[in-house]
Design a protein around this ligand. Structure first.
Ligand code: GAL
Length: 677
């Protein structure tokens, strides 16, 4: 797959990646050979090696033991397995903590988080950084020319377990970050609205992280703290990437993301990676698991600017960290894998190769379960690994999307800060309420940053863009003015980047575009509802929130029926420039959402991949300049007949298909369209 590096080097991995995290240091060397042999048998061609091996690689300060890793690198290479070599910096060894207890992270309440699990480090600790740089350098020096080295896996899941550290070292780093951002205390005081509650600062040393306080901490301070913490993890990554890039300029560098992970602004991170990789653990006992995992896939593709990405971790069967850990039923792991590929992944990997026999994750599944190879899990893992090479022709192809949902971490942080009209307003569930009906219609969605160029999309959805800076507001307005179609939902355009209200009537930067002003906002109590009557005579319930809207140029498509604002608009449409802007001042029920999407898709000319497919069937498409592939996934428990209105070759069965396709429950087809076989 082409990996678009930030430097001048482009690395190609010309096959579908298949493999998993490999932790051989947890096992005695006697089984390494069997591991390598079984990897071959299962079609494994890449393993992420040594992610948590620091104490094994450097058992005492500056005393390194690479012999075991040398043996493994050679062994894997001999068996045709490449290595995604990890820097082991997510789990600092006990000796480092013992010598430098100040590397331990501290919570907002002042509690130190101790050694004994993982990710027990403060991202600002000089002692940690010094040691992390050293071990990353040693690894890169030693394996720079090793033929097994194919990729770098930096650290593991930045921001997992702890998103922020509140220690004194972090406080000092925060002050430096603020000095760079604001330059003067006067500007900081202004941006933070520090005149409120007598919070004006007269010396940088007076500033602290938003530690546990008697009540709500300054919101702008909290927001900057989030930005700073996210930047700090990125700095950890960048530091190691610089080392690796210098020593191995042609080896792509990634770090594994965690789907929608709040502490880290993945837009910024992805821009610094050679390729995006993700860990995805949907709860398959949830009947909507495929919608959740589909949404994560679409985010990953979008973060990487539509470049192919890698599913770096998934479970072969069950995880160990939920209250009740559902196992994946027969065919479900395969369905999830093809879903990722259909949504742009060029690699499928697992946590982990062999299920551990000791430690906190021994009840987590592996590609080889405790039971060994005489098991359903192994059979499914092996079958998939041997099937994927059939898809080599679609490597590096892309996933076309006509619709984008705007997603911005800064907005996420600000929207969910305390002291809001409704503290139950959560960004992801609002995004999900728009994403799900599109998923069900088989309409592929990208995620886009609000400041990005949106002109390639027929339709842009903007759920709850509470915080918006001037360039993003201008870009959104421009999109509609130039002919775009947009849906914006309530509590958007409320504050600027400093969490300060944009005066001039909500939603000030979008009033003209939307042709309305929101006079009041009415957050609902838990059981409170209202109904909406549409201009074409439909009626459906709404809940959670109502904006009391005064129309300026917009036309009401639906009005509220109850309460003191009965008769006022709840859903509107406005022509703006050459485009159309819809506004939704409430939370619609699924029926209402369906109705709305019908209207907006019609206006925007957005079509599903194929109009009439049975419920539970997911359709996806990848294409390059000359070919297109249709992915058909049957999530239902029934055998289905899927009309897809074309003909082609099912790459998985090698059979020609015309017009319709029959699929068993949990069945998958990947049809090369127009191909005569
Ligand atoms: C991931 C992590 C892995 C493993 C896995 C278990 O978050 O990167 O190391 O812990 O979860 O599901």
């Amino acid at each position: 797959m082409p990996i678009n590096t930030n430097s001048s080097s482009i690395t190609r991995i010309p096959y579908f990646i298949y493999g998993g995290d490999y932790n051989p240091d947890q096992w005695s060397p006697e089984i390494w050979l069997e591991d390598a042999r079984l990897m071959r048998e299962a079609g494994v061609n890449l393993v992420s090696l040594g992610i948590f091996s620091w104490s094994k690689l450097e058992p005492r300060p500056d005393e390194y033991d690479f012999d075991w890793l040398d043996r493994l690198m050679d062994l894997l290479h001999e068996h045709g397995v490449s290595v995604n070599l990890a820097t082991p910096t997510a789990a600092p060894p006990a000796w480092l903590v013992h010598r430098h207890p100040e590397i331990l992270p501290v919570t907002a309440e002042g509690t130190t988080l101790w050694h004994g699990a993982r990710r027990h480090y403060c991202p600002h600790s000089p002692a940690y950084h010094e040691r992390a740089r050293k071990i990353a350098t040693k690894l890169a020096e030693r394996y720079a020319t090793h033929p097994a080295l194919a990729m770098w896996h930096v650290d593991n899941e930045y921001g997992c377990h702890i998103g922020e550290c509140f220690c004194d070292i972090s406080a000092a780093a925060f002050r430096e970050w603020l000095k760079t951002r604001y330059g003067s205390l006067e500007k900081l005081n202004h941006a933070w609205g520090a005149a409120f509650w007598s919070q004006l600062y007269s010396d940088w040393e007076e500033i602290h992280p938003p530690r546990k306080a008697p009540t709500f901490a300054n919101p702008a301070q909290q927001l900057d703290w989030r930005r700073f913490s996210s930047d700090s993890w990125l700095a950890c990554f960048e530091e190691q990437k610089t080392i690796l890039r210098a020593l191995t300029p042609d080896i792509p560098v990634t770090t594994n993301f965690m789907s929608f992970h709040k502490p880290i602004d993945y837009w910024k991170f992805a821009a610094r990676e050679d390729l995006v990789s993700n860990d995805s653990y949907p709860d398959t006992s949830d009947p909507e698991w495929m919608v959740h995992s589909g949404m994560a896939c679409d985010l990953m593709r979008s973060l990487g600017n539509r470049r192919p990405w890698v599913l770096m971790e998934q479970a072969a069967a069950q995880v160990n960290w939920r209250q009740r850990n559902a196992t994946k039923r027969p065919g479900v792991m395969r369905l999830g894998s093809y879903q990722a590929i259909g949504r742009g992944a060029d690699g499928i990997m697992f946590f982990q190769w062999r299920a551990s026999r000791a430690g906190a994750e021994k009840h987590h599944s592996g590609m080889i379960p405790h039971r060994g190879t005489d098991s359903r899990t192994w059979r499914e893992v092996k079958a998939l690994g041997n099937e994927l090479p059939k898809l080599d022709s679609l490597l590096a192809s892309q996933v076309p999307a006509q619709v984008a949902i705007l997603m911005d971490w800064e907005n996420w942080w600000a929207l969910e800060l305390d002291s809001k009209p409704s503290n139950d307003l959560k960004l992801l569930s609002q995004i999900y309420s728009y994403y799900k009906p599109l998923f069900e219609r088989n309409i592929t969605v990208d995620f886009a940053h609000p400041a990005s160029n949106l002109s390639s999309y027929k339709l842009v959805l903007v759920p709850n863009l509470y915080l918006v800076d001037d360039p993003s507001a201008a870009s959104i307005n421009r999109y509609v003015e130039n002919g775009g179609n947009l849906v914006m939902s309530f509590f958007s355009g409320i504050v600027d980047e400093n969490e300060q209200i944009r005066l001039g009537g909500y939603p000030a930067p979008f009033r003209e575009m939307l042709g309305l002003v929101v006079e009041e906002i009415v957050p609902y109590q838990e059981m409170q509802t209202n109904t909406i009557r549409t201009s074409d005579g439909k009626q459906f319930p709404c809940s959670f929130w109502s904006d009391v809207i005064r129309l300026e140029n917009a036309q009401a498509l639906g009005t509220c029926e109850q309460d003191y604002y009965a008769g006022s608009a709840a859903i509107t449409r406005n022509r703006f420039g050459r485009g159309t802007a819809f506004y939704v001042g409430t939370a619609l029920d699924p029926g209402g959402m369906d109705w709305l999407l019908q209207q907006v898709c019609e206006t925007a000319g957005v079509q599903p991949i194929s109009p009439k497919v049975p419920a539970g069937v997911e359709l996806l498409q990848r294409s390059d300049g000359s070919s297109s592939w249709l992915f058909v996934l049957n999530h239902s428990a029934e055998k289905v007949t899927v009309p897809f209105g074309g003909h082609g070759l099912d790459l998985l069965t090698g059979r020609q298909v015309d017009e319709t396709l029959e699929l068993e429950p949990a069945g998958v087809a990947v049809i090369q369209l127009g191909s005569a076989g």
